[in-house]
Design a protein around this ligand. Structure first.
Ligand code: ADP
Ligand code: MG
Length: 404
């Protein structure tokens, strides 16, 4: 029977690499892989979607399909994923015959908020106060200090979906019912000063590199902007975030690209012994808050993903220029007419210095749907913000770009 490559075997350009998933993250992975001469086979549901348009081959099937998994295993020697909800069982099955980065065991921990939080806490890293809610009765015993809180479905949430703000036990019960009584965590609503993330890569030789800490701004639960430049966050906080993220990656035996999202809390609104840096969640894949690496570093998060699965050394993560990433949602197509999509004014965006446009090839623009992003780089931080504001105005992004 075929065996996975030994950990020190290098898969050379020209080989096929496999991708579980076929959205925008898969697409940008393909671009990076192909730039280095690799070929990609993607498994998912959208043959003509963001990844399907780009990959050498697309397998249209469920992630559990035995036939599709076998086809994949026979066609590639390494596989990765672009979304955290890939069935861990499928990754496990693939791992018997092909290199699987990250491993099913690591993905399984972080794709469930209950096991994710208990793992993080067991590593000695702070998380929000919370309670595991498996059934309605669990709510009756929760500590009342968790209110006001956020009830989050343990699985399958993204972009703020599967969540409800709950101010009381009664509201929590109502929300639990609305979520279909699926397993949840009830988290205390914390006083956020701002949010940061660390994207890192860990390779098969156990080397780790982290990108600079990014400051993220969400609107309606969806990432709106990511800003990165030296001095934006205090050095000690940045060092601590990177330290925590790297500990978590090692603790998970993680191979591949991973993102850790953090909350930085407002100390004035907390008891003196409360930690001010807590982990929100871990994504076992490249992350929206790491898209800036495509233009602001010499090796993007997607190239790192390719390097890890190919058994290659990691790339450089140093920031070359101050940068702001702005997400483009489908709303930008409906500025003039709610019911009639109209192409945004790309030419005006591209007329600005230091701007790179990335679109995901999605056929239909919809409200709240991630369609692409713009990376802006500029050595001059005032000009960086000025350009970002112009991009936001042209595309009506409503980004809140307040220089701290
Ligand atoms: P998703 O999986 O959809 O990204 P998150 O758990 O990251 O969900 O929540 C989305 C956003 O909601 C966070 O980035 C943050 O702005 C806000 N949020 C989530 N949990 C809390 C909390 N415990 N306290 C305050 N704000 C929160
Ligand atoms: Mg999140």
């Amino acid at each position: 029977m075929q065996r996975p490559p030994a950990y020190d075997e290098i898969l050379h350009p020209g080989e096929y690499l496999g991708m579980m998933g076929d959205g925008q993250l898969g697409r940008m992975f393909c671009h990076a892989a192909q730039a280095m001469g690799y070929k990609v086979i993607a498994l998912g549901h959208e043959a003509d979607g963001p990844t399907g348009q780009i990959a050498e081959r697309h397998i249209s099937a469920d992630y559990e399909s035995a036939e599709a998994l076998q086809q994949m295993a026979e066609s590639v020697r390494a596989i990765t994923t672009e979304f955290e909800n890939v069935p861990a069982q499928s990754l496990k099955q693939l791992s018997y015959t092909i290199r699987t980065t990250p491993a099913a065991s690591a993905v399984a921990v972080v794709q469930d908020r209950i096991s994710e939080k208990s793992f993080i806490r067991a590593m000695g890293v702070p998380v929000a106060e919370h309670a595991d809610i498996r059934r309605m009765a669990d709510l009756d015993t929760v500590d009342k200090t968790l209110f006001p809180g956020i009830l989050k479905a343990a699985r399958l949430g993204y972009d703020g979906k599967g969540q409800a703000i709950v101010n009381s036990l009664e509201e929590a019960k109502e929300a639990f019912k609305d979520l279909g009584e699926v397993e949840c965590v009830l988290e205390a609503k914390l006083p956020l000063a701002y949010e940061v993330s660390v994207v890192l890569a860990r390779n098969l030789q156990d080397a780790i590199v982290s990108y600079p800490v990014a400051v993220n701004h969400h609107i309606n639960g969806i990432l709106s902007s990511t800003t990165v430049y030296p001095g934006l966050v205090p050095d000690d906080l940045a060092a601590k975030a990177i330290d925590y993220a790297e500990m978590l990656a090692s603790g998970l035996n993680y191979y591949g690209v991973m993102c850790v999202e953090f909350f930085v809390l407002d100390a004035a609104k907390l008891s003196p012994d409360h930690p001010t840096l807590v982990v929100n969640e871990i994504a076992p894949r490249p992350h929206n808050s790491g898209h800036y690496t495509m233009n602001a570093t010499s090796c993007s998060q997607f190239e790192q993903q390719v390097r890890v699965m190919a058994g290659m050394p990691l790339g450089d993560t140093a920031l070359l220029q101050p940068t702001i990433m702005l997400n483009i949602l489908g709303d930008s197509w409906f500025i003039e007419d709610e019911n009639q999509a109209k192409e945004p004014d790309w030419a005006s965006v591209l007329a600005l210095a230091g701007v790179s446009l990335h679109l995901y090839g999605k056929a239909e623009a919809r409200h709240g749907r991630k369609m692409g992003h713009v990376n802006i780089i500029n050595a001059d931080i005032d000009k960086l913000y000025e350009t970002a504001q112009k991009v936001s105005d042209i595309l009506h992004l409503g980004a809140e770009l307040n220089r701290k």
